[in-house]
Design a protein around this ligand. Structure first.
Ligand SMILES: C[S@@+](CC[C@H](N)C(=O)[O-])C[C@H]1O[C@@H](n2cnc3c(N)ncnc32)[C@H](O)[C@@H]1O
Length: 272
């Protein structure tokens, strides 16, 4: 008997479980931009999404909601995530980062992930490759996916590997996207970036800004400077070119699996 699974079903009423305490350190407007990418692909017989790094499944549920809204549910979702502890929170870690590490270590994060992904309805189903991207991605076929979302290990070597593989895995016309590009390399001292890029997150000296130096360095090397909104970025593969996407003029659609307070916080954050 899996008591945690039963408890999650009871407290959620069989719906996704995305309590604010376990899910978000801050509102995540990226979900609105993800919805918009699927809108741009709507009308395809099948939209295949690959997500590298899924945590509790919130972003998978967003892809699923977008497929339902913009493509009659037609599509398939694949997640690559080892669901194993992969970083030790630094001394100055935020309470959210500490809790993130703790529920990963106890396995509760994986239980919640399984509960949430059990709610996916995409016509082509859901596949979880429980492995790190280094092992899982090379097994996937060239050009197989219409969207690849890179949100796994944020440290430089891992993030760069994921971006390079993502490029190979994307079909022509598809979107490569990611989150947490909080500082662009051109706005960062190159020495500081080189020293810190293998850390998960750091504080920019003399500021309160925490950012992900590995994401900053890897995106700059693989794709160059990119327009971002709230740290989210996307490029479209057009033949041998990668065209940057701007999200200036979009429908702000927050998927239904978010509790009302998170939905309001996302919309407020987006309006700022
Ligand atoms: C930032 S969280 C993902 C958040 C999620 N996409 C969302 O928006 O709700 C990072 C995830 O990456 C996963 N991860 C860590 N190392 C990884 C690796 N080498 N390959 C794939 N995923 C990895 C972690 O297990 C964690 O679940």
């Amino acid at each position: 008997m899996d008591k945690t699974a039963d408890l999650l079903t009871l407290v959620s009423g069989g719906e996704p479980f995305l309590d604010k305490g376990v899910c978000f350190g801050s509102p995540r407007p990226c979900h609105v931009f993800m919805m918009d990418l699927i809108r741009r692909l709507s009308g395809k017989p099948d939209i295949r999404v690959l997500e590298i790094g899924s945590w509790l499944g919130a972003s998978l549920l967003t892809w699923d909601a977008a497929l339902a809204k913009y493509n009659d549910g037609k599509g398939a979702l694949t997640s690559v995530d080892p669901h194993n502890p992969y970083f030790t929170p630094p001394v100055e870690a935020t309470p959210f980062e500490r809790q993130f590490a703790r529920i990963m270590e106890t396995g509760l994060a994986y239980d919640i992930f399984r509960h949430n992904t059990g709610c996916i309805k995409a016509s082509g189903g859901f596949t979880h490759l429980r492995a790190g991207s280094k092992n899982a991605l090379p097994q996937l076929r060239d050009g197989h996916f219409d969207v690849v979302y890179v949100d796994g290990d944020h440290r430089y070597s891992a993030a760069k590997f994921d971006l390079m593989e993502a490029q190979r895995l994307l079909a022509d016309g598809g979107y490569l996207c990611g989150d947490d590009l909080i500082i662009q390399a051109e706005d960062c001292d190159p020495e500081f970036l080189a020293e810190t890029r293998e850390q998960e997150s750091v504080r920019m000296p003399d500021t309160d800004i925490r950012f992900f130096p590995g994401v900053t360095a890897a995106v700059a090397e693989v794709l160059g400077p990119l327009p971002t909104r709230k740290g989210f970025w996307a490029v479209q593969k057009n033949g041998s070119k990668w065209d940057a996407v701007t999200f200036d003029d979009i429908e702000a659609e927050v998927p239904n699996h978010f509790p009302d307070d998170i939905r309001d916080a996302i919309l407020k954050d987006l309006a700022e």
